[in-house]
Design a protein around this ligand. Sequence first.
Ligand code: GTP
Ligand code: SPV
Ligand code: MN
Length: 596
Amino acid sequence: MGTPLEEWVEEQARLTQPERIYWCDGSEEEAHRLIEIGLKEEKLCGRPVFHELNQKLWPNSYLHRSHPTDVARTEHLTFVCHPDRETAGPTNNWMDPKEAKELLTNLTKGCMKGRTMYVLPYMMGHPNSPYARACVQLTDSVYVAVSMRIMTRMGKQALERIGNSEDFVRGLHSIGDLDPNRRFIMHFPDENLVWSIGSGYGGNALLGKKCFSLRIASWLGYHQGWLAEHMIIIGIEAPEGDITYIAAAFPSACGKTNLAMLESPLTGYKVWTLGDDIAWLNIGHDGRLYAINPETGFFGVAPGTSEKTNPNMMRTLKAGTFYPTLFTNTALNVETNEPWWDGLTETVPSRLLDWQGRPWDLSFGEKAAHPNSRFTVSIYQCPTLSPEFDNPKGVPISAIIFGARRSATVPLVYESFNWQHGVFIGASMASETTPAAVHQVGVLRRDPMAMLPFCGYNMADYFRHWLEMGRRMPNPPKIFFVNWFRKDESGEFLWLGFSENMRVLKWIVERVKGKVGSREIPVGFVPHLEDLDLEGLKIPNGHLEKLFAVNYDEWQTELEDIRKFFEQFGDRLPTELWQEYHALKKRLERLVRCSM
Ligand code: GTP
Ligand code: SPV
Ligand code: MN
């Protein structure tokens, strides 16, 4: 008899029938070996899984091209399999667990024939953290194995933590035949199990990330009194040397990674990076909210990343340590053997292969790099990594920011009146969709707390849990909303964004410290314009006013859409959210009466 882990692995091997089973130890030597396998042996669409990039300019970097139908998360193929549909709620795809397992068993039978099954033991969270979880993922993709080693703490410590116990998070992954008709990402929250077949793409295949650390972990958090959130964690150092920690949620491809590594244009201010995608939030013994980032890497959007927009990411990508850096579905500069994407350089290189490896020219009518092309890189290479990153306790959060991509309606920044109003702001937020998932891009959809695709249970219960968390903290963090993406009539961004977002962060920090006042408008508190540090910026006349304008008609449409969204949850929706809804409606009515 083996350990429960060994027995589970054997059972899965009987189902998937791999040619060999390989237990990863997470060592540097092993990473080299896995890269070698990807360069020489393992093939995808008839070519090696990895292509070695210019090692002088991009040390330890490799290019991966995924299957052309497998380039983003597939929300329509992602299911949360609770025993009953109501627990999954109206915003999740649901399947009965028994039915789901039958379906998956059929798809998984023999799917690893002739392939290697990699056993990846890993920790989400620092091994010494009381909040960390031991997990094991099985996969038949060497790209996934290498990616997981960058994104998680892989190896011995996880195995030691599991030992003889049954208490580990299980992930079974196979790329299957990459047929989208046989692709499913299924979650079994009550069994701590994720089962994913038919995709090798990031969020569908790196099962420690969205699948466990958000969908399953949010369910654990609901029962155990904590929160798993789609949030960055940063520390903002002020000229006095003190650091204010902030967590911020934005939907996919709406600016988290950029904000997490922002290089401050304001003298004396510095941003320290702790996380760019996921935060686990626990209430500490002192009644404050503590955040850890369970991951150890960035799986970041390539397009738009450059020395100008995100110099710290460029340094991270080129740091070249013993962690490999992977590029997925970027273009390739044939002359220099470098990765390339829109925005990386001012001029387009003369000879490019597109993300599928085809010679590219402007007449293609399609971008050379896929709009959702990404890099996978270790957080330990980040020059702004906070010295607190490995602190098992996490960092105390003083402010929570929700943000979205809204070309109209929503001001640059506003503050909630209190925690309950802040939860309403988060619960009612919407954002224009991006290429991070397979769907129509640029469509406005409600995306509460940036968790629509990631909350593993009924979002009405999730909102109630948020309200309850606030009641348990004597001084809960202040809640803010930001929108870097508001546009003028000609479709141009009104705000410079990127590093200039520091100016908004500064106001937020000063609000937390009680150093500046604010002005009340119907949606919340906004800055007195003179309190925003805009030194050195040239902002065209009228832009600031437009950035903070509240348009009655636009907000009527907004209210209507929020109402429809909330109504789907029926009686399950906490009454506090309806109270906030009606209060906002009233404040807006007053606005129109005043301006008449
Ligand atoms: P996920 O990894 O999908 O969760 O995305 P993310 O939220 O980390 O988004 P990221 O920072 O990678 O940014 C996504 C896209 O938005 C990139 O193309 C960025 O260049 C762009 N972007 C980020 N911040 C800003 C900003 O302040 N203003 C504007 N206009 N664009 C931004
Ligand atoms: C996102 O889509 O929010 C990502 C990329 O961060 S993925 O890992 O695919 O979820
Ligand atoms: Mn994300």
